[in-house]
Design a binder for this molecule. Structure first.
Ligand code: PLP
Length: 401
């Protein structure tokens, strides 16, 4: 049977990304990869998870192994109500929370409930590749807003929204990662956070606040969530336990007005019925026993050291004309090569020199900005950071000359 003929139009439009194909090259054992986006396995609290699992299975037995409700386990949602209030000053009820299989699923659900083909979604340039994949079946059109060291330039956002409305292109959603952005590593300042909220209200457009890295701050002052500044239900917040507990649990929470949560629950029912219940019970205990508060500083210590090391190595080895961001947190920094240097063409030579990165153009819906790249500093060992940056610096110098 020629199964290709049988696929739906949507399935036919799904293509493996070239980036994934390129990243396969980086999996040879002798390559030092700054390309991944993985937490360091040293950050996983294996002992505490085992202790909690043993306790739960002994005390509650089969209950933790049962299906749960689509919204999420009540105990976990109650813990998160407290978590959102205490940590971020976001005061909500249980019905404002949906537990999802990672925030990647939350993005998919939001596309499913909000996007019709041709709708306009405003994103930062560069943006998280995962939103492009989560949204692709719903075929939105993207409008990009440039960023600088203070995050999304909200004056440009204002101009963009004004122009869109003027020529009848109603913006459907604004997607932002305000804190330690993936891929750029930059953070939106307070003034701009307030401005985003003002614009959301003025143009009556929902804001998706994706916050996987906010807890991983290594320097600078904590800033309020957009959600904590939102008085009128314009912000849909997404938090995740992937970077502070374990990505393998696939646990995230979407926080929004009840009618949005309700619609997302209906969309989720058809996908997986419920999110992994064992993980939700474990995470509830992990937070309630105070382990999360104890453990986050350990992750921060580990990653701060790696961030500082990578920045020192870049300062010492990268040639003049190359710029990079100095992230206060998160997992990535963003490198801009001199104009005309093509990071995509350079990639093959980097791999030959046993070092890898992600090509920056992958993070732009229109695949421009060829002279950029993303580097991850959380996964490689300290030694790999040192050797890998030296290798990359050599490749860049050769490319420039
Ligand atoms: C900005 C952003 N959003 C969402 C995700 C998805 O995270 P998860 O599905 O593991 O919660 C990631 C993962 O790297 C990310 O960087």
């Amino acid at each position: 049977m020629n199964v290709d003929e049988e696929f739906s139009a949507i399935a036919k439009s799904l293509k493996a990304s070239e980036i994934r194909e390129l990243l396969k090259l980086t999996q040879q054992p002798d390559i030092i990869s700054f390309a991944g986006g993985l937490p360091n396995p040293e950050s996983f609290p294996v002992g505490k998870i085992k202790e909690i699992l043993d306790d739960l299975l002994e005390r509650e037995g089969p209950r933790v192994l049962q299906y749960g409700s689509t919204e999420g386990v009540n105990r976990f949602r109650d813990v998160l109500v407290k978590f959102m209030a205490e940590r971020y000053g976001v005061h909500i009820g249980r019905d404002n929370i949906l537990i999802t299989a990672g925030s990647q699923q939350a993005l998919y659900l939001l596309a499913k409930i909000f996007i019709d083909p041709g709708d306009f979604v405003v994103v930062e340039a560069p943006t998280y590749i995962g939103i492009l994949t989560a949204f692709q079946s719903y075929r939105p059109r993207y409008v990009t807003v440039e960023m600088d060291d203070e995050g999304m330039n909200t004056h440009l956002l204002e101009e963009t929204l004004r122009d869109m409305v003027k020529d009848g292109r109603k913006p459907k959603l604004i997607y932002t990662i305000p804190t330690f952005q993936n891929p750029a590593g930059v953070t939106m300042n307070l003034e701009r956070r307030k401005h985003v909220l003002e614009l959301a209200e003025e143009y009556d457009v929902l804001v998706l606040e994706d916050d996987p890295y906010g807890e991983l701050r290594y320097s600078g002052e904590k800033l309020p969530l957009l959600k904590s500044l939102d008085k009128n239900g314009y912000v849909i917040y997404m938090g995740t336990f992937s970077k502070i507990l374990s990505p393998g649990f696939r646990l995230a929470h979407m926080v929004a007005d009840e009618e949005i949560i309700h619609k997302a629950v209906l969309a989720k029912q058809g996908i997986d019925l419920c999110t992994n219940t064992v993980g939700q019970f474990v995470a509830s205990e992990y937070i309630s026993r105070g382990y999360l508060d104890e453990h986050i500083p350990n992750i921060i210590r580990l990653y701060k050291r790696k961030r500082d090391l990578m920045l020192d190595m870049l300062d010492d080895h990268f040639p003049d004309g190359v710029k990079w961001t100095r992230p206060d947190g998160g997992m990535f920094l963003w490198v801009t090569l001199p104009p005309g240097v093509d990071a995509e063409k350079m990639f093959i030579r980097a791999v030959e020199n046993k070092v890898a990165y992600v090509i920056g153009s992958a993070f732009f819906p229109d695949r421009d900005h060829k002279n950029t790249m993303r580097l991850n500093f959380t996964y490689p060992t300290d030694e790999q950071i040192k050797v890998g940056v030296e290798r990359l610096a050599k490749v860049i110098k050769e490319e420039i000359s």
